[in-house]
Design a protein around this ligand. Structure first.
Ligand SMILES: Cc1cc2nc3c(=O)[nH]c(=O)nc-3n(C[C@H](O)[C@H](O)[C@H](O)COP(=O)(O)OP(=O)(O)OC[C@H]3O[C@@H](n4cnc5c(N)ncnc54)[C@H](O)[C@@H]3O)c2cc1C
Ligand SMILES: NC(=O)c1ccc[n+]([C@@H]2O[C@H](COP(=O)([O-])OP(=O)(O)OC[C@H]3O[C@@H](n4cnc5c(N)ncnc54)[C@H](O)[C@@H]3O)[C@@H](O)[C@H]2O)c1
Length: 481
């Protein structure tokens, strides 16, 4: 259909059309509907998206028993009981239940109850404000189209890799049996979490990392502590290696991974966890003057730059601002508010930093928990990022094991905490915690960073005794001297 073709009587008109019913798309549609706009959401697979079926939910279902067992092993009275291997079929069965057996009835019911129309099929832009579903049904948007099509795993151009049919994150989160030997390529979040889970479920795991450590986007001590614990769990970690070639002679047979060093590793499965690409190659971006396959370049209200009329939004993974479910949902709340304000003709949007229509946290206060064993949790800038950005900073470190709450939490507790203080404003730019039980500690730091709470006021935020949160006190004492 020509990009300029006018809408006709058979077209279905909505105020807002959302492409992709992942966590982000669901929330854009919900916010639009809550503001009194009509909304349709187009989904080609399962309502709930990657997060619900092949990412956050199944991966955390696999990892939770790993953490529980590890903590139980450090609790007097439990050690022996927790020494036996994990019951892999039970863990995999629980994972299947957590993802509702890859059926989306529950999420569809939620869409119904929220008053959002679901259109099943592959959506493509066909010119301004127009979406064609599966090449037939035509939807038109009075105010906005929000592209929330997410991301998929990338396969690097390694000879023989595609032919070897490696696991991607989808296979690693949905596999029905435990491979005997698993090679994982990539030391980022997916690589670390999946190496942790499958090692604990009984696989012999070799983790191949190109750089010099794990979790390179976090403070270096996070990667060190997680690597130490993976090694103690029996995983093999090889840093500074590059995969040169991959061979699988027969489908389902063993796979051989050849390294630059000349070494060969033979395994039953190979997981490639080397990052993501946007799902924008076949959504008609060319019909509105954009490059198919590109990340969507958006402003702080998540409106795509350079599109005449300003009706196109890119929200969630697809804009590459922060590839996390909670940030996608946050962006959805901001974009939903901006769409409805613009639809009402509000003359000036609240687009200053931290305004209602600016996803400011995306650049200042992104929290992330890596559900490794131990957990690694961080928000805001690392020391290296703060220095690169030109801040005058002081880095304050504390041994988490020295806190009474940690001492009681687990025998032989190991962990570390760091805050980054902006010396000019005396507020926190970032914080990192590594150790058992720190996932739930992170939000305190997120409030401090996003709230730009002055250090002198944080001094009055008294942590309960004896909790791991008491590390806040130690950090502030060390800073104030
Ligand atoms: C293994 C793994 C674990 C993760 N764990 C976490 C975690 O613990 N915490 C966290 O915050 N983040 C986690 N993430 C990241 C998280 O999954 C993503 O940030 C999140 O799913 C992004 O949401 P989204 O709605 O933008 O995209 P998606 O969840 O990818 O949803 C996009 C939807 O769009 C649909 N779609 C695509 N193209 C079309 C089209 N043309 N027409 C119609 N529909 C279309 C897709 O079918 C999909 O349903 C993890 C990622 C991976 C890979
Ligand atoms: N708990 C969580 O919050 C969670 C869990 C999983 C994934 N995620 C999100 O999903 C996204 C994707 O995760 P990911 O781990 O795939 O990506 P990533 O970008 O975090 O890590 C990919 C790693 O692979 C390395 N790499 C790239 N090409 C390579 C190659 N050819 N050979 C070897 N190594 C190579 C990169 O240097 C990088 O360290 C992340 O942005 C993350 O935020 C979040």
């Amino acid at each position: 259909m020509a990009a300029t073709e006018a809408s006709n009587a058979a077209d279905e008109a909505y105020d807002v059309i959302v492409l992709g019913a992942g966590p982000t798309g669901e929330n854009v549609a919900d916010r639009a509907h809550a503001a009194g706009l009509s909304a349709a959401i187009v989904e080609s697979e399962l309502v709930g998206g990657e997060c619900s079926y092949w990412a956050c939910m199944p991966s955390k279902a696999l990892l939770r028993p790993v953490t529980v067992r590890s903590e139980a092993r450090r609790a007097p009275g439990f050690k022996d009981a927790a020494d036996s291997p994990l019951d892999a079929p039970a863990v995999l069965g629980h994972r299947d239940a957590v993802v509702s057996y890859w059926k989306d009835d529950g999420q569809v019911r939620w869409l119904d109850s929220a008053g959002i129309d679901l259109v099943r099929g592959q959506g493509r832009l066909a010119g301004p404000r127009r979406v064609v579903v599966d090449g037939g049904r035509v939807l038109t948007a009075r105010h906005a189209v929000a592209v929330c099509t997410g991301s998929r795993a990338v396969l690097p151009p390694i000879p023989g890799l595609a032919e070897a049919r490696p696991w991607t994150s989808r296979d690693a989160t949905s596999a029905k049996t435990v491979p005997g030997r698993l090679v994982v390529v990539g030391g980022g979040v997916v690589g670390v979490e999946m190496a942790t889970a499958w090692r604990a479920l009984g696989a012999s795991v070799t983790l191949l990392v190109r750089g010099d450590g794990l979790l390179p986007r976090m403070e270096p001590f996070a990667g060190h502590l997680v690597a130490e614990s993976l090694a103690e769990a029996g995983a093999f970690l090889r840093t500074g290696v590059e995969v040169r070639e991959v061979r699988r002679e027969a489908p389902g047979g063993p796979v051989t991974v050849l390294l630059d060093s000349g070494d060969e590793i033979v395994a039953d499965e190979l997981l490639i966890a080397t990052g993501r690409a946007p799902r924008t190659e076949d959504i008609g971006l060319d019909s509105v003057g954009l490059q198919p396959g590109s990340w969507l370049d958006v402003d702080d209200s998540c409106r795509v730059k350079g599109v005449t009329g300003g009706w196109l939004y890119g929200v969630g993974d697809v804009n590459h601002r922060a590839l996390l479910t909670h940030q996608g949902k946050y962006q959805a709340r901001i974009a939903g508010a901006a769409i409805s304000a613009r639809a009402r003709g509000v003359p000036i949007l609240e687009s200053d930093p931290w305004g209602a229509h600016a996803a400011t946290a995306d650049t200042r206060a992104v929290p992330q928990v890596v559900f490794s064993n131990p957990e690694a949790a961080a928000v805001g800038l690392s020391a290296a990022e703060a220095e690169r950005a030109g801040y005058r900073i002081r880095v304050v470190d504390q041994d988490l094991a020295a806190v009474s709450g940690a001492y009681l939490y687990a025998d032989g507790y190991r962990g570390r905490a760091r805050i980054i203080v902006d010396l000019d404003r005396e507020v926190l730019l970032g914080a990192t915690f590594v150790g058992h039980g720190v996932a739930e500690l992170l939000h305190s730091a997120t409030v401090a960073v996003a709230g730009e709470v002055p250090v002198e006021r944080l001094w009055h935020a008294v942590p309960s005794y004896p909790t791991i949160s008491e590390v806040w006190l130690r950090l502030l004492e060390a800073y104030r001297g």
